[in-house]
Ligand binder design. Sequence first.
Ligand code: EPU
Length: 451
Amino acid sequence: MDAFVIEGGRPISGRFEAHGSKNATLPMLAASLLTDEPVELSDVPRLEDITNMLRLLAELGVEVAEEPGQARGGRTVRTHVTDASLSHARYDIVRTMRAGVCVLGPMLAKRGEARISMPGGCAIGPRPIDLHLKGLAALGASISLANGDVVAKAPAGGLRGATVFLGGPFGSTVLGTANIMSAATLARGRTVIESAACEPEVVDLGRLLQTMGAKISGLGTPRIVIDGVDQLGGASRRVMPDRIEACTYAMAAAITRGELTIANWPVDALVGPFEMLLAAGVEIELSEHEPLDTPGGDPIRATAYVRRKGPLRPVELTTQPFPGFPTDLQAQALAMLTLADGNSIITEKIFPERFLHVAELLRMGAHVIRHGPTAVVSGVPKLVGAPVMASDLRASAGLVLAGLAARGRTVVRRVYHLDRGYQRMDEYLTGLGANIQRVNENALEELAVPA
Ligand code: EPU
């Protein structure tokens, strides 16, 4: 296992270009199961989660080819179903990547049957899929559990359109909406998804499905209407920019008093975090871009110039479904606000247990008190380096940011979590002025790093 050894205190500055979005790519790759023709995605990031999804698709009879993309490390991935007789997504693969669940809807719709290992919980809390299953059952599927697998079967004659309500105790479900929308493209008749997720990644998937021939309206709103078609064709699409990656780098510049130009910044997907950065005293300017109300709904790309000169100001923020502040940026924001000039209040409304980074940040001198889903962060003048443990993807990113700003050395262990969602973050940050070394955890002793 690898660890990052970070010598903190250096400002992050220079130019960075956001990669294609992990969370948009995953359900789009799964959607390639819906057609017998090739689907081509460009700007696919090189990440562990994507590699695992491609392995899963290969097990499900999909031929995968790829070409290197632009110099900054994206790639074009072409998928083509060559054997549609397989329908079992095995535990070995699904346990490595929860997003494996997004093959459920496409497989059921196209192959009439899907068997997928029931995803377990993870470090950010329980991760039920009851809403996915409820939605598929509404389309006529019979659902049962066998040996830890969910087995879904379409009725004779295939899935049929229905009205599906996807609101749960914590709002809608992103991958649940992706699953039901994908399945409904091939169902007979009309499906109306009420309380659909409005996240830009769902819109990006919907645009791909439309290019494949699906009849979908209402993307980006809580009511998505899908009129089923007999078959879908091939398509190609450039994946939207990764809004979480882009904003994590903005926060890296902010926490280190650096200045960063970030290209491929998805303007409309980052309205909430943009406001939050401004409120926190971070200067952020966008290059000219299209107005936000373009009818196309495609991502609007711009270049963001991020800089912090003055103190960080405390803010009150609550994670919410889009267009609210995303849960996937909560850990990074919390890390940044540990250095604010006052008390910030952070409430996590999507995954109320997603605070594993807090205990690690305390070891670096942060002052954070947690009351259930709320963390009160009292800003401190400085953080100090310490050995810390990454527990999940975004928590790891928060710890890396803290390490960049801290005085002295921070060792972040188990960065495999980070590698699931950030492409070569150590190399990019080093190129932007950070001092980060990736080492095998066994080598830490030789470097005289305390355990
Ligand atoms: N939920 C239910 N029942 C369900 C599904 C979800 O109660 O059937 C609850 C969840 O427990 C949670 C809330 O609804 O409290 C939202 O979960 P959602 O289903 O929207 O999460 P997801 O679709 O499984 C995606 C992202 C996550 C991101 C969430 C929320 C992907 C691959 N994953 O997960 O990303 O945090 O939406 O925006 O798109 C990450 O990238 O680090 C990550 C965890």
